[in-house]
Design a protein around this ligand. Sequence first.
Ligand code: AMP
Ligand code: MG
Length: 411
Amino acid sequence: MITVEEAIEAILQEIRPLGLESVGIHDALGRALGEDVAAQRSNPPWDNSAMDGYALRSADVAGASKDAPASLKVVYDLPAGGVPKAAVGPGEAVRIMTGAPVPPGADAVVMVEETEAGNGTVAIKKAARPGENIRRSGEDFRAGDIVLKKGAVIRAAEVAMLATVGAPCVFVHKRPRVAVISTGDELAEIERTPGAGKISNSNGHALAALVAEAGATPVQLGIARDTKESLKERLEAARSCDCIISSGGVSVGDYDFVKDVLAEMGSRMLFWKVAMKPGKPLAFGVIAGVPAFGLPGNPISSMVAFEQFVRPAILKMSGHNAIVRARLDARLLAEVKIKPGRTNFLRGLLKIEAEGLTVAPLEGQGSGIISTMVASNCFIVVPKDSAGFKRDAAVKVQPFDPSVFLKEYGG
Ligand code: AMP
Ligand code: MG
């Protein structure tokens, strides 16, 4: 049986980033840039004022103070968005607003709080250094500079950059369309109360949510019955997608047909079991270039397998460079005992304390216990050959819930 590390390696070998498309910068949020972006213009485009105040010649106010202010003639007003009407001559000042271009002749701006307006004049109550309160042309970046690199993930800061450099549209990697198939004769659609012997299809919806969270587009293909024909029909419908995920039917039960059907459809099967818990049965194959994941049926197993294998694959397809969950050190708050032989992913509750990170392993680690998944925000990774950890041990955790970085106001 291959290890988690071997499985992820084998999967990523098969995954290529999808092609590019040009989108408006608002649609680019969360996506990976497919090209370097060069600035069409410098920022700031010209020297401009960092303050509301007076643009002047620093030599004119040398030695000025509260007690001995320098009096200058105010020659015109310059609001943000305006252009200088004339150069500032000796003994002159321009009333300037934040962001307005510094007029020729001026080499400093004194903020309004350090001045007193008169009738067509202004008293400047302090000396100014040359360059004071002036934001220099190009101090952020210059025209022609590469301001964003291929592969950068677009956040609000990158949107600000794209808007500033004059790139309303940008080439990003396409969003993968990911088919989600649930398998099982016991499954009922969630709109109905399940009949005798039936349960609600939770995996289909949870996996679609995970796909969306990973920035891809879920294509819900509903429930396949536990027959080869039904499965084949759904898998055929899934082939036009960029990636296929199914849940259930990958074990050794009498009705577990997923790997057989994948193989019959011409899939190159790379593996069907991984030494991990939860989620040992896990098929991975490639059908005509489309990666297909046969995830286990137990709800937690399917989510853990998604986190470990499918998310990195989707992110790689989406052109991202950072694709696997970081593993952080945390102090374990209770002893954990494990049967060695498989990598265990325990559900834990991670907290950011003054001392650093702590993690509590949660009660109820069964692969069907959804309530523990709801209560958790990280996986505690117990390496394959480990028998567990004593209380207070430093353990590796994979946070999967960004709200771990938030807290209640005042809390
Ligand atoms: P299987 O791998 O198909 O034998 O499924 C293992 C366990 O997961 C069984 O208890 C199934 O009822 C359950 N299961 C499979 N698919 C789903 C699903 N889509 N939603 C909820 N539970 C499921
Ligand atoms: Mg089944």
